[in-house]
Ligand binder design. Structure first.
Ligand code: SAM
Length: 309
């Protein structure tokens, strides 16, 4: 297996947000290569505990190797962070971190099928035990469903045109590889000097659909709220506006002092309720410019932090 090298973003900011203390219990729901997890364990030495979760078996192997020296203070599991509350006791944790999206090793390995820059099977599964792949979606989803996926999850302005192009192309050939799809999108929307590759949004959207990233994120945020102690903190790093909106909506909903009884939020249909959390920072925390220079992946990262009441 090639080396699993992932350069974690906003590490100092995550530590400042979660304030690890000796003996604290922390959860990294997206343990990846173990960069944030190692920092949390070091900062909570000598007795801090870490639960590490990832859907990807290769990531977990890498995290286990990296956290080896800190063994005895960490438990790693393969699974979806949406299910954390089935594994970890309610009200028992001091901090939870979700560092969303894909890791560099997932993108860099052509056989995982996440990247339009290298040819590989059109796969994109984070958890390779699941049956649904990107190839299956591209071959079988209706043009309406593909349009919705590209528009809602990729914010692709040409969603409909690209979905229709896929539908007509697949009458003549079977989609198997990332290159086939990337080339079709390039033909349909030439780059014309744009900095971003024309397939970026479609690949992001397919990845999010294959892995049900928005459903998992909603479930993960609810699970985090359950397993945190009062005063415990939840830190979420997002990489694009679709996932950031879900985090903001969750924070807004749980930090207000009322519940909405009807379909729409109008003052007449509100009932008082105790807020479950508060924002620790009014605005999202962005990486410093030297971090962005050193790690281009940090460019679009945003950290939001909430505290359970
Ligand atoms: C950006 S990387 C995390 C890197 C990590 N913070 C580090 O320091 O190396 C995101 C990781 O989250 C995992 N992931 C994404 N969604 C997940 C989910 N719903 N449940 C569990 N793991 C998930 C991916 O497989 C990937 O390994």
């Amino acid at each position: 297996m090639p080396n699993y090298v992932h350069n974690p973003v906003l590490v100092a900011e995550v530590l400042a947000a979660l304030k690890p203390k000796p003996g604290g219990r922390y959860v990294d729901g997206t343990v990846g290569g173990g960069g944030h997890a190692a920092a949390l364990l070091q900062a909570s030495a000598p007795a801090g505990w870490l639960f590490g979760c990832d859907r990807d078996d290769a990531a977990l192997e890498a995290a286990a190797a990296r956290l080896g020296q800190l063994a005895g203070r960490a438990e790693l599991r393969r699974g979806n962070f949406a299910d954390l509350a089935d594994w970890i006791e309610a009200g028992s944790c001091d901090g939870v971190l979700f560092d969303l999206g894909v890791s560099s090793p997932q993108l860099d390995r052509p056989e995982r099928g996440f990247s339009f820059q290298q040819d590989g099977p059109l796969d994109m599964r984070m958890d390779r035990r699941q049956p649904l792949t990107a190839a299956q979606l591209v071959r079988e989803a209706s043009s309406e469903d593909l349009t919705r996926i590209f528009r809602d999850l990729g914010e692709e302005p040409e969603a409909r045109r690209l979905a229709r192009a896929i539908e007509s192309e697949r009458r003549f050939r079977r989609f198997e590889t990332t290159r086939q799809l990337a080339e079709l999108i390039e033909r349909m929307t030439p780059r014309r000097g744009r900095r971003v590759h024309p397939a970026t949004r479609v690949f992001q959207a397919l990845r999010m659909a294959v892995n049900d990233e928005i459903g998992s994120l909603r479930g993960g945020l609810e699970a985090a709220l359950k397993i945190l102690k009062p005063g415990g903190r939840l830190a979420v790093i997002t990489f694009h506006s679709v996932e950031d909106r879900v985090v903001k909506a969750f924070g807004r909903e749980h930090s207000r002092d009322y519940v909405v009884l009807g379909e729409v939020d109008v003052p007449e249909l509100r009932a008082p309720a105790a807020p479950k959390l508060k924002w620790a920072n009014r605005r999202a925390i962005q990486p410093r410019s030297d971090e962005v220079t050193a790690n281009p992946r940090a460019r679009s990262a945003q950290l939001r932090v909430m505290e359970k009441i």
